[in-house]
Design a protein around this ligand. Structure first.
Ligand code: GDP
Ligand code: MG
Length: 598
């Protein structure tokens, strides 16, 4: 019957190994889209995604494929986000599948996220179909990469598809394997409804569009549904599929992947990983694997121009509609005025939101350095969570502080092991283990404070290994640390937005470098500006920005008007990015300076 002809699968890969390109070719091959419609990568819809070459939103496309055996199959291709910040979303979209195509670049071989994604697929009991991509490259070594997949992952690669997504080679082969190797969905249409939510987005006309995979039962318009994690109930208005355009269907039943519209106003009511059931005939248990996810990284967002405050709030409201993991609340800084404290899944998530606010909503921002969430146990026994360094209680009131740790896996060629170990130790990493993948490559595992990764770990990793290292991490828990709050004073005034938390052993060094950095970043003013770093009352470092001596315009002798104008415009441009703090003008970069220390 119909269920036996459904195949739900995903494509998993390390970033840039060709997942999106392969998805495009599959859409093209199955006739879901014509070549002309393919001009743009369909699965990566947002500009930002395309520019950064990453996929943020999950998507699901229904395809029909006529196999060599003459039978027609219904394939649901579920796309997954390609970055460590979104691991939980990846795991839930994989939970909606029975199989995964594992794309490995024929020149690069296995990378850290290849492995991380394979583990997620194995956790979800998926059939994994290896595909070696980019065989057209002169540097391709498909046989070596196949061997690597056998040795490191333990998958049989005798049938691995050798493909070039770019040139459309291997597309039919992989579709045949999807049909023959990926199991059809199991599940019972007569049981109470169980549908897994693996994504959602907000539509101005229809409200929230929920992406679901039906595990048991059937869902149709008019159904009364209940979200099992939140207990909220809704009446279904529409169900449909993406083919790839939104297309209404009569019902979604066992094995189907599609969307549900139910007059839902808030994406936060449709939590990824939650189970939709029938409100009148509910399932006794939700599907396994639901977790409530919490933001890991916080920063302050302040409009440069205070009159943009309301626009900023509206921008955040709009972004929140489509982003259940974005958090924000109003915050006031004595230095920066009115703004918002925002919480993100990770650094990339944070950068994406900042960029969207600036680009789509046109609001120039001052962003404060990202911070992790500290758990502070006070001397009165109460534990508080600190998302903003400037809210850290005074030293005398703190019993102890805990900070979040992650387990980081770094995959590198042998030659860089020394460099990586040095880097990780410098970042307070605790060595866990080292594993040889083959004669040339090693996976190093460290337990590290998340805050050290938030500082420029990625950049240092890349530059320290000429780009050869790949990296993955997961939250591992809170640990007690000897941390102190470092305050920065400009012209004798404490600037709350520049405070940061640092390990006691690194405090003096960081304070000193921070002052030096700020000295370079803060332009000369009409008066001398002392910059000081302090722990509590104690000044640990000091630098001075000398007073301005000559007029900038004095440089252009009289006549050259256009040059003068350019200079003025440039100054104005620079001004936009300045914030008046007390009587000192501080550029945006200064608030991020703490990230460029070490
Ligand atoms: P993703 O990050 O895994 O989604 O990777 P993309 O599909 O965005 O591809 C990353 C880069 O590799 C792009 O520049 C693609 O054009 C290129 N690429 C993808 N497949 C192939 C291939 O088969 N051969 C070659 N030479 N390049 C490819
Ligand atoms: Mg992609």
């Amino acid at each position: 019957e119909r269920q036996k002809k459904i195949r739900n699968f995903s494509i998993i890969a390390h970033i840039d190994h060709g997942k999106s390109t392969l998805a495009d070719r599959i859409l093209e091959y199955t006739g879901a889209l014509t070549k002309r419609e393919m001009q743009e990568q369909v699965l990566d819809q947002m500009d930002l995604e395309r520019e950064r070459g990453i996929t943020i939103k999950l998507q699901a496309v229904r395809l029909t494929y006529k196999a060599d055996n003459g039978e027609e199959y219904l394939l649901n291709l579920i796309d997954t986000p390609g970055h460590v910040d979104f691991t939980y979303e990846v795991s839930r979209s994989l939970a909606a599948c029975e199989g995964a195509v594992l794309v490995v670049d024929a020149a690069q071989g296995i990378e850290a996220q290849t492995l991380a994604n394979v583990y997620l697929a194995l956790d979800n009991n998926l059939e994994i179909l290896p595909l070696v991509n980019k065989i057209d490259l002169p540097s391709a070594e498909p046989e070596r990469v196949k061997q690597e997949v056998e040795d490191i992952i333990g998958l049989d690669t005798s049938d691995a598809v050798l493909a070039s997504a770019k040139n459309g080679i291997g597309i039919k082969e992989i579709l045949e394997q999807v049909v023959h190797k990926v199991p059809a969905p199991t599940g019972d249409p007569d049981q109470p409804l169980k549908a897994l939510i693996f994504d959602s987005h907000y539509d101005a006309y229809k409200g929230v569009i929920v992406y679901v995979r039906v595990m048991d039962g059937t869902i149709r318009s008019g159904s009364k549904i209940k979200m099992m994690a939140t207990n909220k109930t809704f009446e279904v208005i529409e169900v449909g599929v993406f083919s790839p355009r939104m297309t209404m269907v009569d019902e979604l039943t066992v094995g189907d992947v599609g969307f549900v519209v139910a007059g839902i106003k808030n994406v936060k009511d449709t939590r990824v990983g939650d189970t939709i059931t029938d409100a009148k005939n509910p399932a006794p248990e939700p599907l396994p694997g639901y977790r409530k996810i919490n933001p890991m990284v916080f920063c302050g967002l302040y409009p440069i121009d205070t009159s943009d405050y309301n626009d900023l709030r509206e921008a955040l409201e709009k972004l929140e509609l489509n982003d259940a993991s974005l958090r924000y609340e109003p915050e006031t800084s004595s230095a920066l005025g009115f703004g918002f404290r925002c919480g993100f899944l990770g650094l990339l998530h944070m950068e994406i939101i900042q960029e969207r606010i600036e680009r789509e909503f046109n609001i120039p921002l001052i962003t404060t350095a990202p911070s992790v969430v500290y758990q502070v146990t006070r001397t009165d026994g109460e534990m508080i969570r600190i998302e903003n360094p400037s809210h850290m209680p005074e030293v005398g009131k703190i019993e102890y502080i805990e900070e979040p740790y992650v387990k980081a896996s770094i995959m590198v060629p042998n030659d860089y092991v020394g460099a990586i170990m040095e880097l990780c130790q410098g970042k307070r990493g605790e060595f866990i283990n080292m594993e040889y993948l083959d004669a040339n490559r090693v996976t190093l595992t460290y337990e590290m404070p998340l805050s050290e990764i938030v500082y420029d770990f990625f950049d240092q990793l890349k530059s320290g290994t000429k780009g050869y290292a790949s990296f993955d991490y997961e939250f591992s828990g809170y640990k007690t640390s000897k941390l102190v709050k470092m305050d920065i004073l400009l012209n004798g005034e404490q600037v709350d937005a520049l405070s940061f938390i640092v390990h006691r052993d690194k405090a003096y060094q960081r304070g000193k470098v921070m002052c030096e950095k700020l000295k370079d970043l803060i332009p000369r003013q009409m008066f001398e500006v002392p910059i000081q770093a302090a722990i509590g009352q104690k000044i640990v470092a000091r630098e001075t920005v000398k007073a301005m001596r000559k007029n900038v315009l004095a440089k252009c002798y009289g006549g050259d008007i256009s040059r003068k104008r350019k200079l003025l415009e440039k100054q104005k441009e620079g001004k936009k990015r300045m914030k008046q703090v007390g009587n000192v003008e501080v550029p945006q970069e200064a608030f991020m300076a703490v990230l460029r220390i070490d």
